[in-house]
Design a protein around this ligand. Structure first.
Ligand code: SF4
Length: 410
């Protein structure tokens, strides 16, 4: 590790790769896929990719006399990997998707011209303080199928990277928790996988553990914290009474998630899912006011359990993958630690809510995957939207542990 006193940064070498076991066995199901990655969401690109595309000559005949620049537009105030986006056609497909379901950009100019998302999807590579994390996004139905088959939970593999792939990472010296990140990250995943508790309680335990950790921020060692919470996981009775007294509130849960759902899904134009959810919950909107039939949520949630049986292991796998992909929790500051928890709870709550409500009329695995693919495309690939959700919770003073209990317990 090299410390630069003037710039207040440190450099660390990332020597390992860490990945869920499903990463290596992933296979695209190609023509069997009902949700091709070229449809139903907005693909965003970086500034460099935008400029590379601008330099390409006119497109082939299927797009008439349009040039690439007509089909890719700047995102207002966009930056990073969300600098510009492909302009979807009327059916929500990528404008470069041709009648044979092939990518005309690739056909015309070769694979090199593809943006990073299209080249690597659904694989993702994330540098963290701990390792180069390689993972898969749940917005691909073949990945959901892998999660579905892992009844005993997801395992992770850590390997040393070849020397030429080891990278230097620069971090701020004010991030005094970076050293402890692997322990914190790993304990949070352990809690998510602790089957002595149901998923709602596991999320609440993470909240309690992170509240506890926030007191430790001035120290650089979190060993005592780690030992304490590991021992609680091994002796679950200690917490059961406390957790059993924390209840949900169906009305607030549905109101919260309906608002979030309309915002998230209308963003990618999935109006049929919105209609299905409104119908299942008998939600009415009059002059911006939401009317919800109390009691309806419990009825359809019971029906969901009856239809699908015990698939909590599947939601566990899904949330473990999501927590891993989000590099959860963010340890830069106590505030970021907590907002990353709010983000995780709101994502879990939304996935549960939409799964139950949108599979009410058609309780099949196919429908569940359909709903989860679209929700993942809307929320997991839109950093700005997730930021907005976190900000909205903070602005309305709805980011307390008690409020998170409402989100995860119903
Ligand atoms: S969404 Fe997944 S399974 Fe479907 S075409 Fe894309 S990579 Fe293949």
């Amino acid at each position: 590790m090299v410390t630069n006193k003037n710039q207040k940064t440190k450099q660390i070498t990332v020597k390992y790769k860490l990945y869920p076991e499903i990463y290596d066995s992933f296979k695209c199901i190609a023509s069997d896929c009902k949700h091709t990655c070229c449809e139903g969401w907005t693909i965003s690109i970086s500034q460099k990719e935008w400029h590379d595309l601008q330099r390409l000559p006119k497109m082939p005949d299927f797009v008439g006399d349009k040039t690439v620049s007509d089909l890719v537009r700047r995102i207002p105030n966009g930056k990073g990997n969300m600098y510009a986006e492909f302009v979807k056609d009327k059916e929500g497909k990528c404008p470069f998707w041709n009648n044979e379901g092939l990518c005309s950009l690739q056909l015309e100019y070769g694979e090199d011209v593809l943006c990073k998302t299209c080249k690597t999807y659904p694989r993702i590579s994330i540098p963290t303080y701990q390792a180069k994390e390689l993972t898969l996004t749940p917005s691909c139905e073949a990945v959901l199928e892998q999660l579905w088959t892992k009844y005993n939970g997801l395992d992770f593999v850590m390997d040393e990277l070849p020397k030429n792939q080891q990278k230097i990472m620069t971090i701020s010296v004010s991030e005094n928790m970076w050293r402890a990140f692997p322990q914190i990250h790993s304990l949070c995943i352990d809690i998510l996988q602790c089957r002595s508790f149901n998923m709602s309680k596991r999320l609440l335990i993470i909240g309690l553990a992170l509240k506890d950790l926030m007191k430790e921020f001035k120290h650089t060692s979190v060993s005592a914290w780690e030992q304490k919470w590991t021992s609680i996981l091994q002796n679950p009775d200690v917490l059961l009474d406390l957790l059993n007294n924390i209840g949900g509130n169906d009305k607030l849960f549905v109101a919260n998630n309906s608002g979030m759902l309309f915002k998230v899904l209308s963003n990618i134009g999935v109006n049929d899912l919105i209609k299905t959810v409104k119908k299942a919950l008998e939600i009415k909107i009059n002059e911006q006011r939401l009317t919800i039939e109390t009691g309806k949520w419990k009825e359809i949630a019971d029906k969901f359990s009856e239809n699908y049986g015990d698939i909590e292991y599947f939601f566990e796998n899904l949330m473990v993958l999501i927590a891993f992909n989000l590099v959860f929790p963010r340890v830069q500051t106590p505030e970021k630690l907590w907002t990353s928890y709010v983000e995780l709870c709101s994502i879990y709550s939304l996935y549960r809510f939409i799964s139950v409500a949108a599979c009410f009329e058609k309780p099949t695995k196919e429908q569940l995957f359909h709903v989860l693919v679209l929700t993942s495309r809307a929320i997991m690939h839109n950093d700005k939207l997730r930021e907005d959700v976190k900000e909205a919770f903070a602005k309305n003073n709805s980011d307390s542990l008690a409020h998170m209990a409402i989100l995860v317990c119903s």
